[in-house]
Every structure is written in structure tokens, then in C-alpha cells.
Design a protein around this ligand. Sequence first.
Ligand SMILES: [Zn+2]
Length: 330
Amino acid sequence: MFGQEIVEFYHQTVQASLRQSPFDTSSKAAFAAWQVESRERLSAILGEMPAETVDFNLQRETVEETDTYVRERLVYATRPGLHATAYLLTPKNLSKPAPAVLALHGHSSGGKDECLDPNGLYAGFARTFAEQGCVVLAPDQIGFGERKFPEGKVTYNVMVHGLNMLGHTLIGVRYWDLARALDLLETFDTVKADRIGVMGLSLGGEMTMFVAALQERVHAACVSCYLTSHQSTFLDRPHCTCGHLRDLARHFEHVDISAMIAPRPLFLEAGRKDDSFPYEDAEALARDLRPIYAMHGNDPSDIGVHSHGGGHVIDGSQSIPWMLERLNQA
Ligand SMILES: [Zn+2]
């Protein structure tokens, strides 16, 4: 039987092909040049993007009012023929523009609603940021919440693989949605545009990584239960295939994409009981990035990591205060 030989061939191919464009810290100039070139390469890996933006055609309705914030449901166009749905949480009685957080759910069928549930996987983090004075935009990502696929031939998997065959990617479509979400936040006079953070769990963490890496207007990022390595996750065991981008692991490991965020503040949250994203790898990734933050003269706490006692969930006990501190800096 030759089965084991095939597995060995696969492992050898991973070793031989992985991470051919690693970050370069030989000097600040070399690192800056690597970032410019790598963002371009990463953007190409995400696939074709629209040539121009469309009018948001924004619709909003108030769906909840608490003591501290108002929650609206938004519908807005992100490209021709495609609309995003989202919640916008706006603190009451703002006397000046507030920091904002783009709050991203993962593979959760409830989409944006799950980011609000204090008893769910997300510990209600979207609400917590609003209660702490931030404007929060929590969109539904394609495939979840109000953007679930209807019954029919075109299923989630057909779209993931079909888009790949066409030079697009589902991650790239989601990325563009989120770039437009940042544009939308910047149009609100309640938002301090240079203090926008992004935080997400799992797929939401992955999207946080891509958006923060490519959008330098993101002031701070918190990735929960995703940032580790391709090698210990997608290349090692079955996962949903939406993140399996052609050539991504050939060029960049997670640490390299994270280095595209540096020296902007980055926090990694990991779960010691998370079976899919090993916390040891999250801690190693943060260690590997520290010299980049030191080279740029940042405070060491601008690259943070917290391995909590839970599983594949947002803990928030360190990540949320960390984010609030970064977003409230003058
Ligand atoms: Zn997926």
C-alpha cells in the first residue's frame, strides 16, 4: 500500500514550498519596502476587486435602545448588485466624535447577532465596546446571518470554489465589503476616523488580519482564535475551505501577514482549549513580531497576546481593555 507515501509527499511539499516571501527586518527601510511589495502581492492573492465604488444607498432603522447606546440595522451597497447588512451601535450623548470598532463574526450561522450575545462565543463584545463609548459596526459576512445562501444549486461551497476558478475569492469579496464598511464608518460624524479598530473571532479574526494588513487606516487590530500558522491549521487538518487561497501559504505565513500590520498595535487572543488554533503558535507569533515593534520604537505592549483558559471563543478580559486604551489614545 502506498497511502503513507502520499502523506509524506504532502508533508515534504509543505516544507519545500511554504513561506517564500518572509518579512525582512535587516533594516527599517528594507522592512518598509517588504511591506509595500507584500501588500501588493497579498492583494493580488485575494483576487479581482471592483474597479470603482458604488453609492452606499444607505438604509437605517432603529431596532433597540438601551441606557447607553442606540442600535440600528443598516443595509448598504458594497458593489453593484450586492448589499451588506449590519448593526450600528452608537453611544448616547456623544459630545465629540468617538473611536469606532468594526466587529466581525466567524463561521456562525447567526452572523452579526452573535456578536451581541453576552452568553455566546463572542461574549457580547460588540455591546461591550458600545457601552464603553465606541461606535460599533457589526456586519453580516457573506454566508451568515441575513446573508445566508437560499436553497438552490448555488451553495456556499459552489461559490467558494467557483469564485476561485474565476480569479476571484470569497475572502476577497468579504475583504472588499469590509473595506467599504471602513469607508462607511468614515462618513459618520459620530466617528473619529483616525481611531478605527477591528476585532474578530475565527473567520472574523482572519478577516481582521487581512483588513488590517492591507488598510493602513486601521489604527489597531485584535485577532481572536485565528493567528497561529498555516502549518498548524489549514495545512494540517480539515477546515472550511473558504480561507484556502491559492499561493497564500507559498508566500506568507500568518506571522508575515501580521507583519504587514506592524507597527500598528496588534493583539492576539488565543484559547488554551481551542483544538483548531494552537495557543502556543499564537504566543510564538507575537514573540516573533516583537523585534519589529522594538525597531519602530513602539511601546512593547503594542504587540500583545493573551492565552485564556477557554476554547474557540472571545474572552475579552485583556483584549477589550487593550483595544479601548489604543483607541482612546490622543
Ligand atoms: Zn469558510
